[in-house]
Design a binder for this molecule. Structure first.
Ligand code: HMG
Ligand code: MG
Length: 297
């Protein structure tokens, strides 16, 4: 079996994790978590989102979070921007990479960003254009790549069409979101094989929520197919506010442990990462969602 020699981990806990925690965490704690992650060697951290605070109150204050971040050269801090208003906030904060987020399911698109898939892609074009001309990088997400909480099974061709449009408008990479974690090695493998017919693996990332305990197995399949960018969330934080029952992403600690076992480089110090996971779990007064985090306590 062949694997990539190194994997880029995109830590999404401070955004995807905290956006769905019942306890809203203050700006100081968010900044401390992000700095602990950066000190553990995480090179890309999704530090917040510039969305409507009425839609996702947990991400209010992302402007203050970004204003307090240090180590801006060694670490890339990224943010979600659903529209021009969000992008302008990001630019004001000096953010160097933003992400637009589409879906492969109409119902999820409506619930999440209040518009159809086609409308969202139209909206993202000027966002991407303006971001690129301001010197920012733009990542694209697709939610519900194998299943949707409202519509059930999702067609792989829809995922391909959305991915292709995100790449065509200038996203350097598309992250494949298994939002509700319903994917299995079978469905994830079938999806990625289809996408690889037309898209090179360096343009794809895997974003696996662990609701059904399939995340690591799904990521392993993605690695075997040549994907080398993986999203994860320290302490397995979070979920998605518009996908009921969705649990957090794969825990970064568990991913790092698996990559170590496979002798794949990732650049992260596991013990420091575990400490960051413990820190935020205590702040949230919740059990650490990482098995490795618990084992190494
Ligand atoms: P809308 O209500 O259709 O937007 O929301 P609107 O343009 O009519 O604006 C309504 C109000 O929101 C206005 O304020 C705007 O100013 C304000 P009002 O006049 O009522 O006082 N507003 C904003 N405020 C701050 N920043 C902004 C912004 N935009 C509008 N950027 C909108 C449309 C997209 C804004 C809304 O639906 C929204 O914010 N949605 C975000 C939902 C979200 O963040 N979901 C979670 C992230 S996606 C995810 O988790 C999946 C992922 O992890 C991958 C996976 O797992 O699948 C990425
Ligand atoms: Mg997610």
């Amino acid at each position: 079996m062949s694997y990539p020699r190194s994997v880029k981990i995109v830590e999404v806990g401070p955004r995807d994790g905290l956006q769905n925690e019942k306890t809203t965490v203050d700006v100081t704690t968010r900044v401390e978590l992000i700095h602990q992650l950066a000190n553990a060697g995480v090179s890309t951290i999704e530090a917040g989102s510039f969305v409507s605070p009425k839609w996702v109150p947990q991400m209010a204050g992302s402007d203050q979070v970004f204003a307090q971040l240090t180590n801006m050269t060694g670490t890339i801090y990224t943010a979600l921007t659903p529209n021009i208003q969000g992008l302008e906030r990001a630019i004001t904060c000096g953010v160097r990479e933003v992400a637009v987020f589409a879906a492969a399911s109409e119902s999820f698109s409506q619930k999440n960003i209040n518009c159809s898939i086609a409308e969202s892609l139209e909206r993202f074009k000027p966002v991407t254009e303006k971001a690129l001309s301001a010197g920012l990088s733009v990542r694209g997400y697709i939610s519900c790549v194998v299943g949707c909480p409202y519509e059930g099974t999702v067609d792989v061709e829809t995922v391909y069409t959305v991915a292709e449009q995100l790449l065509a408008m200038g996203c350097y990479e598309v992250s494949l979101g298994d939002t509700t974690g319903v994917g299995t090695p079978a469905s994830i493998t079938a999806l990625i094989i289809r996408l690889l017919n037309d898209i090179t693996p360096d343009k794809l990332a895997i974003h696996a929520h662990d609701t059904y305990g399939q995340a690591l197995a799904n990521i392993l399949c993605a690695l075997q197919l040549g994907i080398s960018t993986v999203d994860s969330s320290v302490a397995g934080l979070g979920g998605c506010p518009y996908a009921r029952g969705a649990s957090g992403n794969v825990a970064t600690e568990d991913l790092v442990y698996m990559l170590d076992g496979l002798d794949i480089n990732h650049g992260i110090e596991l013990q420091k990462l575990v400490a960051a996971g413990n820190y935020i779990s205590q702040k949230l007064n919740r059990t650490n969602g990482s098995k490795v985090g618990i084992a190494l306590q």
